[in-house]
Design a protein around this ligand. Structure first.
Ligand code: F0G
Length: 454
């Protein structure tokens, strides 16, 4: 066992082997299993109540207290304060939206939207990236890389650009990334490799490249990244005056977020900082539904840290034989081989979780509702609202439940999808279409149109 406060070890409960936080690992060197960052909590000055973190609101000139991630630093204590890299991430909002509550089928006041699109690079990824780049700095990395459907790459690129600490290479699937996100990687100065394949291909390549060239990998197999993403849950609790909601609903792609949320609640419970745990709903797009199929249809579960490996292997074998590739308009979650599958199973086990799949049209309709009754979001984020609506219709979420939907990315990430929904061909029109009206450059004609508006 390590003698340090923080160490890395396999996610298997039985594993006793640990590795220092100064090691750069994306899997257990002995077993290949995913890794956790763990802590000897007896030696960490954790507050006795979550409310104590509020004291930091008054010292916001200190960048660590300003950060929505690092003001909870006692709950992710792997870095010395002087090593922490922050660009002011995590200033995000929890909105109580009556209109979206009505759409989902909940009472007003019971549906909350957590806007992670308000982060500096416009997605939740900044919560994790601040932690990953902090670790990269701790180990003296000079070059960092990731594969991405667009948000991870934007996030890594902004941290590298702003801090000048690393050169960055991002791997994206050719034609598989929304323009808002691609434009960010280019503008922030990242070397951008467009792989002729999809995200699953790009991730496989970047892992091999990083291993072989000693480049620091910032995808969510990096356990430090997920430490930062735990803080989304702390801020949700903060937004609810430290009350635990009944449900957290989150889109599922590579399953880093859902895994991080599960770990957050496991630790808060262990530390006695919460007395109950919310239920977790992970929502797949129907065209990228590996988790849904395995968990809900084939009965795969955490099984005390021993998920059925033969079932997972045969599922992927069949996927390859049938040449099945992920396909959804929610390009952020167009992923068929989620690397955090087993960690997510653990989160589902701990949080009495459910998984659902939703169609692209349900995602886009939900997204339009978030646009009309909230601040907007990108398509993948709409999956959480579509999923909450489905679970409500199925009677799994009760009308009186308090539900938090995580909106993972900003509306402007994928303007193409939004404009297509509202102004695309009539035959593919969504239910909440709001088409622009074409009118002659003529005062009378314009007044005719205005007269018809009620
Ligand atoms: N929502 C958005 C907006 C995302 O960008 C992602 C993942 C997810 C949801 C899914 O989160 O992977 O933790 O289950 N985007 C990654 C990327 C894959 O490369 O930007 P997850």
């Amino acid at each position: 066992m390590s003698t340090e406060i923080a160490y890395q070890s396999s996610i298997r409960p039985a594993s006793s082997k640990s590795y220092g936080v100064d090691e750069v690992l994306t899997a257990c060197p002995e077993t290949g299993d995913l890794l956790d960052v763990r802590y000897d909590w007896n030696r960490v000055p954790v507050p006795s109540s979550l409310r104590e973190f509020e004291a930091r609101w008054s010292s916001r000139r200190n960048p660590l207290d300003f950060s929505g991630v690092w003001r909870f630093r006692e709950l992710l204590p792997f870095a010395a304060p002087g090593q922490i890299v922050t660009i002011g991430e995590g200033q995000t909002l929890l909105q109580d939206s009556a209109q979206v509550a009505n759409y989902v089928g909940l009472k007003p006041g019971n549906l909350f939207l957590q806007y992670e699109g308000l982060n500096p690079s416009g997605s939740f990824k900044d919560n994790g990236m601040t932690a990953a780049v902090t670790h990269a700095r701790m180990v003296g990395a000079r070059m960092a890389a990731c594969a991405s459907t667009g948000n991870t790459s934007a996030s890594l690129a902004i941290y590298a650009g702003v801090t000048g600490l690393f050169r960055v290479i991002v791997f994206v699937g050719s034609g598989k990334i929304a323009y808002g996100k691609l434009s960010q990687a280019l503008d922030y100065g990242a070397v951008t490799l467009q792989i002729q394949g999809d995200f699953d291909d790009a991730l496989q390549q970047v892992r091999a490249v990083c291993q072989s060239a000693g480049i620091y990998l910032c995808n969510s197999v990096n356990p430090f990244r997920l430490e930062g993403q735990k803080t989304i849950m702390y801020r949700v609790l903060e937004g609810l005056n430290w009350e635990v909601p009944d449900w957290i609903v989150v889109p599922g792609g590579n399953l880093g977020n859902s895994s991080a949320f599960g770990k957050a609640f496991m630790e808060l419970k262990e530390l006695g900082l919460i007395d109950r745990v919310p239920r977790l709903a992970v929502i797949n797009a129907a065209g990228a539904n590996t988790l849904y199929q395995l968990y809900e249809q084939q009965g795969l579960c955490w099984n005390n840290g021993q998920p059925d490996q033969a079932l997972i292997a045969s599922f992927y074998r069949q996927m390859d034989e049938e040449h099945r590739r992920a396909r959804t308009l929610a390009s952020a979650i167009e992923i068929n081989r989620p690397v955090n599958l087993e960690k997510c199973l653990r989160a589902l086990d701990f949080c009495d979780g459910v998984v659902r799949e939703v169609t692209d049209s349900a995602i886009l309709d939900a997204k339009a509702q978030v646009g009309a009754g909230g601040f907007g979001c990108e398509p993948a984020s709409g999956a959480s609202v579509a999923g909450a609506k489905l679970l409500r219709e199925q009677g799994i979420i009760a009308p009186s439940d308090r539900v938090v939907c995580i909106l993972t990315g900003h509306q402007l990430k994928d303007p193409g999808a939004t404009v297509e929904y509202h102004a695309g061909p009539e035959e593919s029109a969504g239910e909440y279409r709001n088409s622009p009206i074409v009118v002659e450059n003529n005062f009378e004609r314009i007044m005719d149109v205005i007269a018809q508006i009620r």
